[in-house]
Design a protein around this ligand. Structure first.
Ligand SMILES: Cc1cc2nc3c(=O)[nH]c(=O)nc-3n(C[C@H](O)[C@H](O)[C@H](O)COP(=O)(O)OP(=O)(O)OC[C@H]3O[C@@H](n4cnc5c(N)ncnc54)[C@H](O)[C@@H]3O)c2cc1C
Length: 415
């Protein structure tokens, strides 16, 4: 039974991931009375929604939250999921966040100049402002054509997948070649199951460039600090797939690396007809575009290094992505060749509980830098919320400070 019934708080933060906890940190710094409601435990998505072998793709020195930095033995390594969970738990303790766990928010509705927040067991909490920090990846995105997959083929999302041992024996079709897809394709191929990887638009990056982690370059050259209001096509930037990176030191996990281990590359999954998966052609064009964009980004890094006189190794360029001579356009899913499909086709937020008309037809929250189009309603942790780094652990501090500044001004106006 909830202990919340009849309570009031000036601000309710929903979600105790790193975003909600950082919001709490800045609210406490301003002595704003608040509560953080979490349906599971602190760092719940890291506990429940990640596969076993996952490591952060951001280097450990980039794991920092206000007043807490990675202080382990390997700052250039990549944290495991238990390490990330522990890091976020530590932050919750240090910042003394007023977290109430096991409180699943099922409704937020406007009430006068504030909000009513209702939890699954019926407790209603009144407040003047709400911070939505429920994450950008609550549900795996699975295309509707999945319904046409023959019943003999097992279908999994990254939320169901734990390790290759949980897959049936036989071939695996991984759909999607962003960070999740390339990592799972590599691991499943290593387990001895033949992998076919369906590849649409993707972001290619080397793990290390000119002797430094590529994410060091993103940080140092200011790419990650680029603000949302300086980006020409913000909608596109917010939909950009995650880069082909894995948390393995000095190891690039691009399509060349995968095809050298035997992963078969095919085009974008266009449809499933009569039990056959049909893939788009034109892989060469898709690959050239990704290579071109990567080289453009490396050129930005080079220019930054030149103007700053940075002490780094000489510029590098990489072999273009090799397209297979005859990429298959069709794969019979009834033949037994494919035993399982892993949908690595992205994630999306879930706002079914939000009874305020601020979610668009595509299920995305309408907001301007985290200021939602309903007074007193705020969001954190969404792609390019205020900067390119917004969804990363390391990116939350600047966003949260600014969003909570806005929230404090909102409260002050009505005091
Ligand atoms: C596969 C994967 C790999 C990633 N790798 C990296 C990486 O290498 N480096 C990096 O910096 N970032 C990485 N990220 C991005 C990001 O750090 C994580 O997605 C992170 O979990 C987002 O933090 P958050 O606080 O915004 O959301 P979450 O951690 O998802 O926290 C949201 C919280 O809200 C709770 N919640 C949701 N709905 C409700 C509700 N209705 N009521 C109450 N509580 C609710 C959830 O239980 C959860 O605890 C990765 C993300 C994914 C999916």
């Amino acid at each position: 039974m909830s202990t919340l019934a009849g309570e009031r708080a000036t601000v309710v933060v929903i979600g105790a991931g790193h975003a909600g906890l950082t919001a709490s940190h800045f609210l406490s710094a301003r002595s704003v009375d608040h509560v953080v409601l979490e349906r599971g435990e602190v760092a719940n998505s890291w506990r429940r929604e990640r596969w076993d072998s996952l490591r952060l793709l951001t280097p450990s020195w980039q794991s920092r939250l206000p007043g807490l930095r990675y202080d382990g033995p390997d700052p250039d390594g990549y944290m495991t999921v238990p390490e990330v969970t522990e890091f976020i738990e530590r932050f919750a303790k240090i910042s003394r966040a007023p977290v109430r766990t096991g409180e699943d928010v099922t409704s937020v509705r406007r009430d006068g100049d504030g909000y009513h927040v209702t939890t699954r067991d019926g407790a209603v909490l009144g407040c003047r402002a709400v911070v939505i920090a429920t994450g950008a990846c609550n549900r795996p995105t699975v295309p509707s054509l999945a319904a046409a997959v023959p019943a003999s083929v097992r279908q999994l999302t990254p939320f169901d997948y734990r390790d290759p041992a949980g897959l049936p024996d036989g071939g695996v079709l991984v759909v999607g070649a962003s960070a999740t897809g390339v990592q799972l394709a590599a691991e499943i191929q290593r387990s001895g199951r033949p992998v076919t990887l369906s590849t649409g638009e993707h972001v290619r990056l080397p793990r290390t460039y000119r002797g430094r982690d590529v994410l060091w370059w993103m940080d140092a050259s200011g790419v990650w600090d680029q603000r949302y209001d300086e980006i020409d096509d913000l909608n596109r930037a917010r939909r950009l797939p995650s880069p082909q990176l894995a948390g393995v030191p000095h190891t690039t996990l691009d399509l060349n690396a995968l095809s050298s281990t035997g992963v078969e590359l095919v085009g974008r999954l266009a449809s499933i007809r009569d039990g056959s998966a049909l893939f788009s052609g034109g892989l060469r064009n898709v690959f050239s575009l990704a290579d071109l964009k990567m080289n453009r980004l490396l050129g930005t890094f080079d220019e930054w290094a030149r103007t700053q006189g940075a002490e780094v190794a000489p510029p590098e360029r990489y072999e273009p992505t090799r397209a297979p001579d005859n990429a298959r356009l069709q794969l019979d899913l009834r033949s037994g060749e494919i035993a399982a499909i892993v949908w690595a086709t992205g994630f999306r937020p879930d706002y079914q509980w939000l009874d305020v008309p601020v979610v668009d037809a595509k299920g995305q929250l309408s907001h301007d830098g985290g200021v939602v189009d309903s007074p007193g309603l705020y969001a954190l942790g969404l792609p390019v919320l205020r900067r390119r780094k917004s969804t990363f652990i390391y990116g939350i501090e600047d966003d949260a400070r600014e969003v909570i500044d806005h929230l404090a001004r909102h409260l002050a106006v009505r005091d």
